[in-house]
Design a protein around this ligand. Structure first.
Ligand code: SF4
Length: 421
């Protein structure tokens, strides 16, 4: 989501006549797009601002995103060099705020004007890669006890159908061949169109009609929003890839209840069974939070058991990070950090082994890869992804980015596949 937002911010500023400059020293404006999901990310922001302060003379510093939303005016007290503070649901106002600095030296906007933002963004043509993100939904009503998103991104909001279909046309005209639908709760997408209720399954069917779209993915899904129409689509829609990021967070129903995830492990396993029943090929990835307050050895063992059962082929795992303002920040956390680190390392080793075993299955097999780009440093190499999101590096004389190429896998490690054609 933040990558998508950063791309949008660049487009907005370019349309205002600014040019992107990677060289901080020569930039007139420095924009920090921030994430508040973990403590470390928020801290990093202040050390990064300190790092660019030495170039500060005549520069404007804008902080946008979720840290800006959460800390708002308080940021000016923490660092005097910040000029603009702007929440994630109003970043389309950035050009105006830059102009307004002439009238008032410190600018802040943390309003939730999400529909206005998307109306504005729809008019901003943007160029993306072969695989392009499309935000269809933002915000969250779930209030997991550890998470700041409902406070920083606001309630669930789904974009109107026509603006999404138009944006897909614009992306494919600019070369996109894979559309990755984005949302904090992407499968909670839900709108009314001409008196009809439209779900994410309907939207995927609609986008599939665009003949230039070769692949569709969606992320991040919540298990309780895995409706039957969406599950069924994994057997009937060829453009929908057989790979799903479905965060479980923990394998212990006791911890899931404390997290307010609104499902237990049985419910989660039933969803996986349903998906495998309609499409046995489907692979799952997940997020895990290790060391949530109250997690015992037995709870952790249940997480390892679940991993063994489902064999997640890719995952993100982190030690629990307490965030101010969330319910879990008030919980007493007795587990020492070194135990949490040990558990994380055990889990990550297991996940890595599973991923490596999965990748090994592809050696000496042919697999369809959507070619995303050619290496600029070594033009003999191309990069693409399999239907299961594995990264593939291909040695070839000539392939055109955007085509789906069948390649023979020669070797692999746990992260990548290597091929020739
Ligand atoms: S579902 Fe839970 S973890 Fe996901 S954004 Fe909402 S509150 Fe956060």
């Amino acid at each position: 989501m933040n990558i998508y937002d950063s791309e949008k911010i660049i487009t907005i500023l370019e349309n205002k006549g600014l040019k992107q400059n990677e060289d901080i020293e020569n930039a007139d404006l420095i924009v920090f797009n921030t994430c508040n999901i973990r403590d470390k990310a928020a801290h990093k922001l202040y050390s990064d601002i300190g790092r660019v302060n030495k170039y500060k003379k005549e520069k404007t510093i804008a902080v946008v995103g979720c840290v800006a939303q959460a800390e708002s005016y308080e940021m000016f007290n923490k660092n005097k060099s910040i000029d603009i503070i702007l929440g994630p649901q109003s970043y389309h106002l950035l050009p105006q705020m830059i102009d307004d600095l002439k009238l008032k030296p410190k600018q802040v906007n943390t309003d939730f004007i999400i529909n206005e933002k998307f109306d504005y963004l729809a008019e901003q043509k943007r160029k993306q890669g072969i695989s392009s993100y499309l935000t269809i939904q933002e915000g969250c009503d779930k209030f997991c006890s550890f998470c700041v998103v409902p406070y920083t991104r606001g309630p669930e909001y789904s974009r109107p159908l026509q603006s999404l279909v138009d944006e897909v046309s614009s992306l494919t005209e600019n070369g996109a061949r894979e559309i990755v639908l984005l949302g904090q709760n992407v499968n909670a997408f839900n709108i009314s169109h001409n008196g009809r209720k439209i779900t994410i399954a309907d939207l995927i069917e609609e986008i599939s009609k665009n003949k230039n779209v070769k692949r569709i993915r969606y992320t991040t899904s919540h298990p309780i929003n895995m409706r039957d129409d969406l599950i069924k689509l994994h057997s009937t829609n060829d453009k929908l890839m057989p790979f799903l990021h479905l965060p479980v967070q923990s394998g212990s129903s006791k911890i899931l209840k404390k997290m307010n995830r609104k499902y237990d492990t049985d419910f989660y396993l039933k969803i996986i069974d349903k998906l495998k029943a309609v499409n046995p090929e489907i692979e799952i990835s997940s997020d895990f939070i290790i060391g949530y307050p109250g997690e015992t050895e037995s709870d952790f063992k249940q997480t390892l058991d679940l991993v063994d059962k489902i064999k997640f082929t890719q995952s993100f795992s982190f030690i629990y990070s307490s965030r101010p303002g969330t319910k879990s920040a008030l919980e007493i956390d007795k587990t020492p950090l070194h135990i949490k680190k040990e558990r994380l390392s055990i889990l990550q080793e297991k996940l890595k082994d599973i991923q490596f075993e999965f990748n090994k299955n592809f050696i000496r097999k042919n697999v369809d890869v959507l070619i995303e780009n050619q290496s600029s440093s070594n033009p003999e190499y191309f990069f693409g992804r399999t239907p299961f999101m594995q990264s593939v590096y291909i040695k070839a004389q000539k392939i055109t980015p955007g085509e789906v190429k069948t390649v023979n896998i020669l070797t692999c490690n746990h992260k990548n596949l290597y091929a020739s054609c």
